[in-house]
Design a protein around this ligand. Structure first.
Ligand code: MRU
Length: 381
């Protein structure tokens, strides 16, 4: 476990500096983020100066990952309050931000937190209160992920104790549930960073995660932290599992129902099926704002985002001369569909790693960890 008293802040990460994925700059009212579509080839910081900047950054996935979407939306409300502080402006800002992406539960959650902090405040106090609450939500996200790391670490240490000496613990992860997807630490990666820092012999299989290749973000993060890893094509996981080369799968989640069904990046379900067929533990790491207790069945209840087909029909990368360029993959004329997420039923999940502990992916499991929220949801039904 993380030694008591150790800060939830992480070590230096990029070019000798510690970064979070979102922060305030200047006089404290400018918001800055890492321009994620430019990674891993270019590390660039982008300023968000208005409500519309924040909304477009979420839509275009300059910021992405469920917890970071929530954090960016919170700052989006603060930026909106700089433009106008009326009730109508507040509600309009929340509506605009809510419309940006449909699947991540953290978006609505963060906006509700902002509304609760601002609704009953005098208009003159709203700008300051909005920045304060957004900053708190970010700090809380860091703490939640650090706690997920501590609970996940215990699982990794347990699994590692069964490995023959000299053999690393092989973890497979899908998409980027790393510090770039949260404010810091990441969800699925928090236990990996802690385990690595404590000297556990670890190797991570990183799925490429087509169509947007968020695996490149995970590989970039792990590389900067010094964690041994190998990038694999999305279809490789099942083969590795059949050959004993995966000890555990850990993914993140964009929305988890009160019954333990998990929406995560497209392809997660296939990894869960392969893991079950090969008796490999499949864990999902998530902070409680990702849980949507109002939903029972994930398949019918969780809205699955469909994005621009161009994300499937083309890829962007770095050319030999160092330029960033997009190329087309398919001949023109074929219809292309781009489902961004899928739902893994709770029955395929070994456990949900949350800030409050590890729970079975079931109504009872989640209610035991978060009794108040589960009870409130039951009463509202
Ligand atoms: O479409 P994205 O990049 O926002 O999707 C991100 C994921 O699916 C992550 O795995 C998920 O948000 C968990 S992040 C901590």
């Amino acid at each position: 476990m993380l030694p008591v008293g150790r800060s939830a802040e992480r070590e230096v990460k990029v070019d000798g500096r510690h970064y979070r994925s979102i922060w305030c700059a200047g006089e404290g009212q400018a918001v800055e983020v890492i321009d994620q579509p430019r990674l891993p080839h270019l590390f660039e910081v982008r300023a968000l100066e208005s409500l519309e900047d924040a909304a477009q950054a979420i839509e275009s996935m300059v910021v992405r990952g469920a917890p970071l979407i929530g954090a960016a939306a919170a700052y989006g409300v603060a930026l909106a309050m700089r433009e106008a502080t009326s009730d109508e402006a507040l509600e309009r800002a929340c509506r605009r931000l809510l419309s940006t992406r449909p699947t991540a539960a953290n978006l609505r959650w963060a906006l509700e937190e902002m509304l609760a902090a601002l609704r009953n405040r005098h208009r003159d106090e709203r700008v300051e209160a909005a920045y304060r609450r957004a900053a708190q939500l970010c700090d809380e996200d860091v703490e939640l992920n650090a706690a997920i790391g501590r609970h996940g670490l215990a699982i990794l240490q347990d699994l590692a104790s069964d490995k023959p000496p000299g053999q690393p613990l092989n973890v497979l992860t899908h998409c980027n549930a790393g510090w770039l997807a949260t404010v810091d630490w990441g969800t699925a990666t928090a236990p990996l960073y802690l385990a690595h820092d404590l000297g556990l012999d670890l190797h991570v299989w990183v799925d490429e995660t087509r169509p947007r290749n968020q695996g490149a973000l995970t590989a970039w993060e792990l590389g900067h932290h010094g964690v041994a890893h190998t990038v694999i094509a999305d279809n490789t996981g099942g083969h590795l599992m059949q050959h004993g080369l995966v000890d555990v799968v850990i993914t993140g989640s964009d929305r988890t129902t009160g019954t333990g069904d998990v929406a995560n990046k497209i392809g997660t379900y296939l990894k869960a099926l392969a893991a079950r067929d090969n008796a490999i533990p499949f864990y999902v790491a998530l902070p409680s704002p990702t849980i949507d207790f109002s939903l029972g069945d994930g398949l019918s209840g969780i809205p699955i985002e469909q994005r621009d087909p161009a994300e499937v029909s083309g890829v962007t990368g770095r050319t030999e001369n160092g330029d960033i360029a997009r190329v087309e993959v398919f001949a023109p004329g074929s219809a292309v569909a781009n489902y961004a997420f899928d739902v893994t039923p709770g029955r395929l999940v070994t456990g949900l790693i949350t800030e409050a502990g590890v729970a079975p992916a079931s109504p009872e499991g989640l209610a035991a960890l978060f009794p108040q929220r589960a009870r409130a949801a039951t009463q509202q039904r």
